[in-house]
Design a protein around this ligand. Structure first.
Ligand code: GLU
Length: 260
C-alpha cells in the first residue's frame, strides 16, 4: 500500500472508531432506558382524567399516566418502573431537549411546526380549544367577545386557534400570556382577563361554581407522545406500541375508562 493511501485508510479507521465511541456515549433509545431501569415521563399534574396529581394520595392518575405505565411495562416489564415529572406547555420541550425526561405524555398537541423539533407518535386522543368564562359575564360564545382580553398560556396552541376563529367572525380580541394555568385562572377571577382559553380537557381542571366552559370548540388538538428529535429509535418503538394499542382497542378502553 502506498504511504498516502495508508494514511487515508488509517484516518478512516480512526474516524469510524471515534464515531462508535461517540455513538455509545450519546446512546439513546430503548436500551438506555433498560440500562437505567426506569422510564422518565413528563406529565401534566393539573389535568383531570389525563394527568392529575392526587394530593390526597400523592399519586398521579389519569389516562396519560396509565399510558405511560403501559409503555414502561413493555420496555421494563413493570408499569411502576417510572418517574413522573410535572410539566407545563412551556417546560415540556426543554425538559426533553436536555435529557431530563425520555417522553412527554402531557396533552401535547401534534403540529407541523412542532414536528420539526420533536418526534410525535400518531395521535392517541383528540381534544379542542375551549373558552372558560365567569357565569356573571353573560358570554355565550366567542361572538360576544369583541374587544375582550383572552388569557392564554405561553407556548400553547390556544392563541393562534382563537385568533383564527376571531378573524373568521370578524371580531377583535387581545391576548394576555401567562406561564401557568393557575395564573390565568387567578387573572380571570380578578378580572384582568375576560376569558381563559386552552384545550377543554385542561379547562376542566379549573372549573368552579363561578365559571362555565362554553360550548365553542376550535382547532382540533391531536395529542401525541413526544420524544427528543434525535432519539429516533425510541420514537419508532413508541409508535409501534401506539399503533398496536389503536388497533387492539387498548386506547379506546382507556378513553372509555376515564370517561373522555
Ligand atoms: N394542547 C395544547 C398545546 O399543546 C395546549 C397547551 C397544553 O397542552 O398545556 O399547545
Amino acid at each position: 500500500m502506498k504511504a498516502g493511501k495508508r494514511i487515508f485508510c488509517t484516518a478512516l479507521i480512526l474516524m469510524a472508531v471515534a464515531g462508535a465511541v461517540f455513538a455509545s456515549a450519546s446512546a439513546e433509545g430503548v436500551e438506555k432506558i433498560r440500562k437505567a431501569g426506569v422510564l422518565k415521563v413528563g406529565v401534566k399534574s393539573d389535568v383531570p382524567r389525563f394527568g392529575l396529581l392526587n394530593t390526597a394520595t400523592n399519586q398521579y392518575e389519569g389516562m396519560e399516566i396509565e399510558l405511560a405505565g403501559l409503555i414502561a411495562k413493555e420496555i421494563l416489564g413493570d408499569a411502576k418502573k417510572i418517574t413522573f415529572t410535572p410539566v407545563t406547555a412551556k417546560t415540556r420541550g426543554p425538559l426533553l431537549d436536555n435529557g431530563d425526561i425520555d417522553l412527554v405524555i402531557a396533552t401535547f398537541t401534534i403540529t407541523e411546526e412542532r414536528k420539526l423539533t420533536y418526534n410525535f407518535s400518531t395521535s392517541y386522543y383528540t381534544d379542542a380549544v375551549g373558552l372558560l368564562v365567569k357565569k356573571s359575564s353573560g358570554f355565550t360564545g366567542l361572538q360576544d367577545m369583541d374587544g375582550k382580553t383572552i388569557g392564554v398560556a405561553q407556548s400553547a396552541t390556544s392563541r393562534a386557534a382563537i385568533q383564527q376563529a376571531a378573524d373568521a367572525l370578524g371580531i377583535t380580541v387581545s391576548f394576555m400570556e401567562f406561564a401557568t394555568y393557575p395564573e390565568i385562572k387567578a387573572a380571570l377571577d380578578s378580572g384582568r382577563v375576560d376569558v381563559f382559553s386552552v384545550d377543554k380537557s385542561i379547562l376542566n381542571g379549573y372549573l368552579d361554581n363561578e365559571c362555565v366552559i362554553l360550548p365553542d370548540a376550535f382547532s382540533p388538538q391531536e395529542y401525541g407522545v413526544a420524544s427528543k428529535l434525535s432519539n429516533k429509535e425510541l420514537a419508532t418503538y413508541v409508535e409501534g406500541l401506539i399503533q398496536k394499542w389503536l388497533t387492539d382497542g387498548t386506547l379506546d378502553g382507556l378513553i372509555k375508562k376515564y370517561g373522555l
